[in-house]
Design a protein around this ligand. Structure first.
Ligand code: AGP
Length: 603
């Protein structure tokens, strides 16, 4: 989730750009840069790491007087966090900044390289500026060249491009990631990824829609969709920055639950097409030498890993086990070089997981990180990494990181199955169809949210919760229980449904709340009988299922999905919102719960 700002006007551009990028820091980044076009000259600065490095680099640069500028904070998805990969990216006479993922960048890049174009970065974004300039060299004017370039791109993008060819114009395009245009009574024009950088500058804004593109000058905005001109509809800009950073949600955690559909689309981009899975990041791993998988993680990351063990054995037909990192470290484990060691970590800095990884490396195992932060300690130490591309996760209670870990692990299980020829075409088609359906499953249904908010008032007391499920819904039950514990401070346990009669059912009474995950595509009847046993002992039961269940005290109906993983993600959303709404009613700090840290970098 990179950040973008742009400006056209007479005032100091550097200040607006740097202040704007500071307002976007909450989105997370690993490098930043600006470019300013003034009096026919483009000045560009880029810096790795925190924004103050860029502030330091531009200390002696000033840019008063009419001109235009743009700024970018980068969260690495293609190519390591380095200054060379930082935006803006340049051609001969133009610069571009881009947020999102260009799915077809490889074929565009290969064609440009065949024409003799030299690329300086490893990024997908750089193809935009070179393609634009190629069209200009072929005789198109800047407007036609920009339109032709945008028409070639597949994937998600918010783009700003400046060129000496049109020194009073900023070109823009928006698809699947946010981009806002702003203006004020002084004739200044603004662009941004979100409201907060514009507050105090723009007085009215237009939120671009997918597929819209155009160019903006000091005194005019040309906006198009499908090559047809449209009139931008401006609206008054709000005034609250923190509210804006949360995009109008009450908490970062709530915003991140609603963001899951968008970020999962980015997790999938460039990695799955109609026929197969492509994970170029894995070329360092020699799979011919691998006959089993060992996963190691903590907390929520352990839960996604546990769910993945079912997928690896069922789809990739490879033995897979998982360990809690703090246990693994001290159990003197037997390690085998033919075992692929997978570590899962949102932060990439969790001490126990990092130490487990070091043990695996020392034992000569091939290591793979499933991680959200490029250049983190775990990423740097692993042989290969699959980035989850969730963008920064501000809420201490993990949500979108878990969802993107699950999608990444599902991709990996299918990729391994492809490689080991354990998945027939029909199954692969079904899996890919379900994978590509996931972003729409992750759209939060407002009526469901409101229903959960209403029923949450009945779950504020009692002597605890059981979350129960079978197969991949058992790890989801564990995760649902962890979410509730973390932010409501109420006791909750995740349990395999089939285990209840081995002791826990002794707790069953009307004060025991059971959240039963009852998917129709995974052992429904088995789970149903477990829930009936609890109901017979007067336990209070909240059932989450696509099938009506008359013994439920509360019932949340899910949609009629044909694949268990799509049911998994829909029920995941419900358990996340359930925990959130209970915590809200209890008046807790949802984003920063007591006693917790976002990254546990100590034992
Ligand atoms: C998740 O909601 C928790 N905040 C916590 O369990 C977390 O998942 C765990 O500390 C592991 O963190 P990591 O994914 O950054 O390694």
């Amino acid at each position: 989730m990179c950040g973008i700002v742009g400006y056209i006007g007479d005032n100091e551009k550097k200040e607006f750009l740097l202040n704007g990028l500071k307002e976007l820091e909450y989105r997370g980044y690993d490098s930043a840069g600006i470019a300013v076009l003034k009096d026919g000259h483009i000045s560009s600065y880029r810096a790795l790491g925190k924004l103050e490095n860029l502030v330091h680099k531009t200390a002696s640069f000033s840019s008063d007087g009419f001109g235009l500028g743009m700024g970018h904070t980068r969260w690495a998805t293609h190519g390591k966090p380095t200054e060379v990969n930082a935006h803006p990216h340049r051609g001969e006479f133009s610069y571009v900044i881009h947020n999102g993922i260009i799915e077809n960048y490889k074929e565009i890049k290969e064609n440009l390289q065949a024409d003799g174009i030299t690329f300086l970065s490893q990024t997908d974004s750089e193809v935009i500026v070179h393609k634009f300039e190629k069209f200009i060299r072929e005789g198109l004017n800047a407007q036609e060249a920009f339109k032709s370039t945008i028409n070639m791109l597949q994937g998600a993008y918010a783009i700003l491009l400046i060129t000496k060819d049109e020194p009073e114009t900023i070109f823009f395009a928006k698809n699947a990631v946010p981009l806002i245009l702003g203006q004020n009574a002084n004739g200044e024009k603004f662009m941004s990824s979100s409201d907060s950088p514009l507050i105090g500058y723009a007085t009215e804004v237009v939120y671009l829609e997918d597929g819209e593109y155009g160019w903006i000058k000091k005194d005019e905005i040309s906006l198009f969709i499908d090559e047809s001109p449209i009139i931008p509809i401006f609206q008054t800009l709000g005034r609250d920055k923190i509210y804006a950073q949360k995009d109008g949600f009450r908490f970062f955690m709530e915003k991140e639950i609603y963001e899951q559909s968008t970020v999962v689309s980015e997790t999938l981009m460039g990695r799955v097409n109609d026929e197969n899975i492509e994970l170029d990041e894995l070329k360092e791993i020699d799979f011919s030498n691998i006959d089993s998988i060992k996963i190691c993680a903590c907390g929520t990351s352990y839960h996604s890993g546990l769910a993945a063990t079912y997928l690896f054995e069922r789809l990739s037909k490879i033995r897979c086990s998982i360990e809690i990192a703090s246990e693994f470290r001290y159990k003197k484990p037997l390690l085998d070089k033919r075992t692929l060691f997978i570590v899962i970590s949102q932060s990439g800095e969790t001490a126990d997981t990092l130490e487990a990884l070091k043990m695996a490396k020392k034992a000569g195992m091939q290591t793979l990180a499933i991680c959200n932060v490029d250049n983190s300690s775990i990423v740097r130490l692993s042989n290969a990494t699959l980035l989850t591309r969730a963008g920064i996760e501000k809420g201490v209670a993990s949500t979108k990181a878990f969802a993107t870990q699950m999608v990444t692990l599902w991709l990996l299980a299918l990729y391994l199955g492809q490689h080991r020829k354990t998945i027939n075409n029909e199954t692969m088609q079904n899996e890919i169809k379900a994978l590509l359906h996931t972003p729409s499953v992750l759209h939060v249904n407002d009526n469901t949210h409101e229903k959960i908010r209403r029923l949450s008032k009945r779950y504020l007391h009692g002597h605890g919760f059981f979350f129960i499920g079978r197969d991949i819904f058992f790890p989801l039950a564990l995760e649902g229980a962890l979410k509730l514990k973390e932010i409501s401070y109420l006791h909750a346990e995740g349990y395999p449904s089939g285990e209840m009669k081995h002791g826990p059912i002794a707790l069953a009474d009307s004060e025991l709340f059971t959240v039963a995950l009852m998917p129709q595509n995974m052992l429904y009847d088995k789970t149903k009988s477990n829930v009936e046993e609890l109901s017979a002992r007067d336990a209070t039961i909240l059932v989450i299922s696509p099938k009506e269940f008359d013994l439920a005290d509360d019932f949340i109906k899910t949609s009629n999905q044909s694949h268990p993983m799509n049911e998994f993600f829909e029920m995941m959303i419900i358990t996340q919102i359930f925990a959130l709404e209970i915590a809200v009613r209890l008046g807790n700090d949802v984003d920063m719960p007591r006693n917790l840290a976002k990254s546990v970098t100590v034992e």
